[in-house]
Design a binder for this molecule. Structure first.
Ligand code: ADP
Length: 576
């Protein structure tokens, strides 16, 4: 997945002198002294070699950070008045890191702006945290791991169910928050919510069904018991395109398995994550079991990777960042689950139900303005049905309504950032320069003078015909509301085109021939294949890719196993 970024950061260094009311601010000298001791603690944490010692040092660091944050947070991060007016339960508008059950600013007071992509306007500031806050969060998670991991699974499940109930009750506010920070239409936020909240409930129940194995040695003298144990502290890094469900998919199985978590949400969509933390707090998830740090992706990522206390990283994002994480995790041999980019083909065979295929392509290609890793990126259509398919597709895409996700009737919202619009525009221009024709769209919209949407990051719903494999969009993830149509004339050609990519996440095809369905499903080099169906995501089914689309699976019993280590206990019982 790619296409985000471009967020502005405010380096709002707080004033270090003077007074506010009767509260004297610390002088620069005093602050330096405090920082000095913090830095010494950091150095001592870095120089110890055992995880236990590191945990102790990081724990002391956490206390210092909390004190420091109180002193320096002027003014604190917060929501804009416009955002506050949108959300009924104002306590869900959390704008600080959640560490050990405390809401804390960045230690140095730096802040990050959260922007509504439909208007380009700032809606909140959150901490621009880095390594220090992350180490504090890791220390809290490490401190809580033993107690949480040893609780009976049924108890952990019961607490997760309370979280589920709190989240369900907050559906209206959470979905508005998702739309306000990610731009997706409310109907899509609700769909993501329902899908994501189901993961919490499902893993709460699945936790109680974990069972190991008992095996007999070939000579009969030993018994091997295979135990499943929580891997430890988990670092979770999530993207902006599913600000809610990418979190619940990682945090729910991790907590259900007995792990504790330090989560870094996308810098574009931290508010949904922090609202989830508020609800976790209300549900009684013990402090330190779930921690959230917002801010500098590289600094937070490096702190997670370097820590020996973090035993696993679960990531959804671009293939480029996934490779960096995999390389960085090598030093401490971390377990990795990587859900990376996709370049999904959608094959329409000559016997397909064309109307149904068109509906499926529009939904899969234009969902979230084309910004999902399983969005259809390449439509391959058999020459016999090509023209009828293109005519119906163009009509349907032209009928999509572009606008603010909060307005009823909007079926396509903005992209996540101005940079994302630039990238889509470049790929369309490349395709047109190489011979593609624009059937509809192909440009930025123009809004009426004075419309608040003029500052938003929009691109028209677009269909391109005559697409060929020399175009950038054939090989690169599109991440925009563009449907390119490629023509083919045989099954072999379609399968070869579909597999001609470094990615291997999702693929779709429509046919009414059962034998072809089986043959093609087996030949597609993808982790997930939709046959006459594009709704391929469910909490009960494994989700993940092959090739450079990633490692491991989320959701389902396989997703739970990603957070469990196998331990073999061998019991000698003597000769028979
Ligand atoms: P996208 O292009 O869709 O934003 P990214 O892979 O850049 O995808 O981002 C997905 C998540 O990875 C976000 O939370 C982002 O902040 C985080 N991220 C980006 N770069 C790094 C990095 N160097 N280390 C750790 N996390 C990162």
């Amino acid at each position: 997945m790619t296409g985000g970024g471009g967020r502005r950061s405010l380096y709002a260094a707080p004033p270090l002198h003077g007074t506010i009311g009767s509260c004297r601010r610390p002088s620069f000298v005093a602050m330096s002294a405090l920082f000095g001791s913090t830095r010494r603690l950091l150095l001592s944490a870095a120089s110890v070699s055992t995880p236990v010692l590191a945990a102790v040092s990081e724990s002391r660091l956490s206390t210092h950070l909390a004190a420091l944050a109180t002193l320096t947070s002027t003014p604190p991060c917060g929501p804009s008045p416009d955002l506050s007016a949108e959300i009924k339960d104002s306590k869900l508008l959390r704008t600080q890191n959640y560490v050990g059950g405390q809401w804390i600013e960045a230690a140095d007071g730096r802040q990050l702006e959260v922007v509504n992509p439909a208007t380009g306007k700032m809606i909140a500031t959150v901490p621009l945290s880095g390594a220090n806050e992350t180490r504090a969060a890791i220390a809290e998670a490490a401190t809580q791991f033993d107690a949480w991991g040893r609780r009976p699974a049924k108890e952990r499940g019961a607490i997760l169910k309370r979280w589920h109930a709190e989240v369900v009750a907050a559906r209206d506010d959470i979905t508005r928050l998702m739309t306000l920070e990610s731009g997706k239409p409310l109907a899509e936020s609700r769909g993501e919510f329902d899908n994501g909240v189901a993961s919490i409930e499902w893993f709460a129940e699945e936790a109680t069904r974990t069972c190991g194995d008992v095996l007999e040695s070939p000579d009969g003298s030993r018994r091997f018991m295979v135990l499943k144990q929580p891997v430890g502290v988990v670092g979770a890094i999530t993207p902006w395109n599913f600000p809610f469900s990418m979190i619940t998919r990682k945090v729910s199985p991790a907590l259900a398995a007995g792990c504790t978590v330090v989560l870094k949400p996308s810098e574009s969509t931290p508010l949904t994550a922090l609202a989830l933390a508020e609800l976790a707090d209300r549900a009684g998830i013990p402090h330190g079991v779930l921690n959230i740090v917002t801010g500098d992706a590289k600094a937070i990522g490096e702190a997670l990777l370097k820590s020996e206390l973090v035993r696993k990283v679960g990531f959804t994002g671009s293939t480029a960042v996934g490779k960096l994480l995999m390389a960085g995790g090598a030093a401490t041999v971390k377990r990795m689950s990587l859900e990376l980019g996709g370049n999904a083909p959608f094959i329409v065979f000559e016997d397909a139900d064309v109307e149904k295929a068109v509906t499926a392509v529009v939904s899969s290609s234009h969902r979230n303005s084309g910004q999902t890793c399983i969005c259809t990126n390449r439509v391959l259509v058999h020459e016999a049905v090509h023209d009828a398919f293109v005519a119906a597709l163009t009509q349907r895409v032209q009928a999509l309504r572009l606008g603010s996700g909060l307005e009823s009737g909007t079926t396509q919202g903005p992209l996540i950032s101005a940079a994302a619009v630039d990238r889509v525009e470049e790929k369309v221009q490349d395709a047109v320069a190489k011979g593609a024709s624009v059937a509809c769209g192909g440009a930025r919209p123009s809004w009426g003078a004075g419309s608040p949407l003029t500052g938003g990051f929009f691109y028209q719903p677009t269909v391109l015909t005559g697409a060929t494999i020399d175009m950038r969009m054939f090989h690169e993830e599109l991440f925009g509301p563009v449907t390119p149509v490629y023509k083919f004339s045989s099954d072999d050609e379609a399968v070869q085109m579909a597999n001609n990519t470094q990615y291997g996440l999702a693929a779709y095809f429509f046919t009414q021939d059962l034998s072809r369905a089986w043959r093609v499903a087996e030949r597609l080099e993808y982790g997930m294949v939709g046959v006459n169906e594009v709704a391929i995501t469910s909490e009960v089914a494994p989700f993940g890719g092959v090739k450079q689309s990633g490692l491991g699976r989320e959701q389902s019993k396989y997703g739970l196993a990603e957070f469990q280590d196998l331990k073999t206990v061998c019991l000698g019982i003597g000769p028979r």
